[in-house]
Ligand binder design. Structure first.
Ligand code: ATP
Ligand code: MG
Length: 440
């Protein structure tokens, strides 16, 4: 056996890429609809960027970063997430001065040295948005609605948490939006004390990591994947966050906005986001049937990150969706994807001597913007017709000696099962017309 892709990374072959492109296209289209503009930042960043932003006690920093020193001794990482990168770029290019409020989206690979398993990879891909420069609850509402609309447009039905929808009963994965507010920093301090108090009788039963988290960042216990920790953390229902009046009012506005837009959510779940930078609104989209890796998208507000990275005190909110997980969720309930529409022209040549004539026609079609294919290896006519069918071509034209001398060609429509004769002179024109009329 020769080389293989590195564990936790995946090759996407063309059929799979078609599914990815559809999701990417939907995410881009809808983000623009909401006024977000695409940003592309590098895959490598200084390690310090994530140490400063994501938080020392998080899994990402403690064990998941691909961190290396380059030859010049710089401490670098393959980015584990993109929020910190986007905020860095926002500040580095002075968008806080030129634009103030900026709505940005990104798509790309992220890297985490996790144990590879279903739904968990070392190179995975996220689509995400960041709205930087506002504290308004409407921005949170907008981000949640955009997230829900993208997932729905990709084919994931949003289900009410308490009542399974028809779609869920029909075997299509139902998605649930979990919504909470983690409050401001002062609220988090009070909430952490209360949570420590509540969990301390169970402390000995928590996993080793959670015991360590207990003093440093007790909310991480709520995010632990260990079932026994989950059972303890979730024993007392309801959000563990104690909110001050301002944060409670902000959260009410968010809930009202999302509710009025008709997106169902569950605000009774015990959960916190694992990264340190979150304040106030946090949300996750969970999908039934995905097992332990059931979070398809997650996000929230981060009102201190811009300042912590050296900028002015500006509020911000964002989310990221895992594309692999979204595709898994779509696959599990999905009816077989409809086979793509037949497109383009296959030019079959009856004998090798006509290859050159055939190639000229194919080239003219391509110049006209029509997808055109042919065989270069002298396959039999039968084999060429089989290939045209396999490749999903819409039209097949056969060029033989007879066609050439008679100055006419047969054009077959593989979808309609019809065929017609066209003059050789008019072939490119006619094929282009038919292919264009049927291909889009
Ligand atoms: P989890 O709790 O599943 O570890 P997380 O809290 O680490 O997720 P985020 O950093 O919030 O995840 O990333 C947002 C989304 O990115 C997740 O909801 C998930 O869909 C996806 N994601 C995160 N880590 C991975 C991974 N290792 N492989 C595939 N997708 C991932
Ligand atoms: Mg994780």
């Amino acid at each position: 056996m020769g080389f293989q892709a590195v564990r936790g990374t995946t090759d996407l072959l063309p059929d799979e890429v078609a599914r990815w492109s559809a999701v990417e296209h939907t995410a881009r289209r809808l983000s623009r609809l909401y006024g977000y503009r695409e940003i592309r930042t590098p895959i490598i960043e200084e390690a310090g960027l994530f140490l400063r932003s994501v938080g020392e006690t998080t899994d990402i920093i403690q064990k998941e970063m691909f961190r290396f020193e380059d030859r010049g001794g710089h401490d670098l990482v393959l980015r584990p997430e993109a929020t910190a990168s986007v905020v860095r770029a926002y500040l580095e290019h002075h968008l806080h001065k030129t634009e103030g409020f900026a709505k940005l989206f990104y798509l790309g690979p992220m890297f985490r040295a996790e144990r590879p398993q279903a739904g968990r990879f070392r190179q995975f891909h996220q689509f995400g948005v960041e709205a930087i420069g506002s504290g308004s609850a409407w921005v949170d509402v907008e981000a949640i609605l955009l997230c829900a609309q993208i997932l729905r447009a990709c084919g994931l039905p949003a289900a009410l948490p308490s009542q399974p929808t028809g779609a869920a009963q029909a075997g299509v994965a139902g998605a649930t939006v979990w919504l909470a507010s983690m409050g401001c920093r002062a609220d988090q301090k009070r909430s952490a004390e209360a949570l420590r108090k509540r969990l301390s009788p169970h402390r000995a039963k928590l996993c080793k990591e959670c015991q360590a988290r207990f003093d440093k960042n007790v909310f991480r216990v709520l995010d632990c994947k260990n079932p026994s920790c989950r059972a303890i953390a979730w024993e007392t229902p309801g959000s563990p966050f104690l909110l001050c009046d301002a944060c409670a009012a902000h959260f009410d506005e968010v809930r009202r906005g999302v509710r009025e837009a008709g997106v169902a959510f569950d605000d009774t779940k015990v959960f916190a986001r694992g990264l340190d930078y979150y304040t106030r609104t946090v949300f996750e989209v969970r999908v039934q049937g995905l097992g332990a890796q059931d979070a398809v998208a997650a996000g929230g507000r981060y009102d201190h990150l811009v300042e912590e990275l050296g900028g002015p005190p500006l509020g911000a909110v964002g989310f990221a969706a895992g594309i692999e997980r979204l595709l898994m969720a779509l696959k599990q309930g999905a009816a077989e994807a409809p086979s793509p529409a037949r497109r383009g022209v296959y030019l079959a040549v009856a004998q090798a001597a006509l290859l050159g004539d055939g190639f000229r026609l194919v080239h003219r079609l391509r110049e006209r913007g029509v997808a055109a294919l042919m065989d270069y290896d002298g396959k039999s006519l039968k084999a060429q017709l089989r290939e045209a069918d396999k490749l999903g071509c819409r039209l097949v034209a056969i060029l033989g000696e007879a066609e050439r001398t008679q100055g006419a060609m047969t054009l077959k429509d593989l979808e309609q099962g019809s065929q017609q004769t066209v003059a050789l002179d008019a072939f490119v024109e006619e094929a282009a017309k038919q292919a264009k009329a049927t291909c889009h």
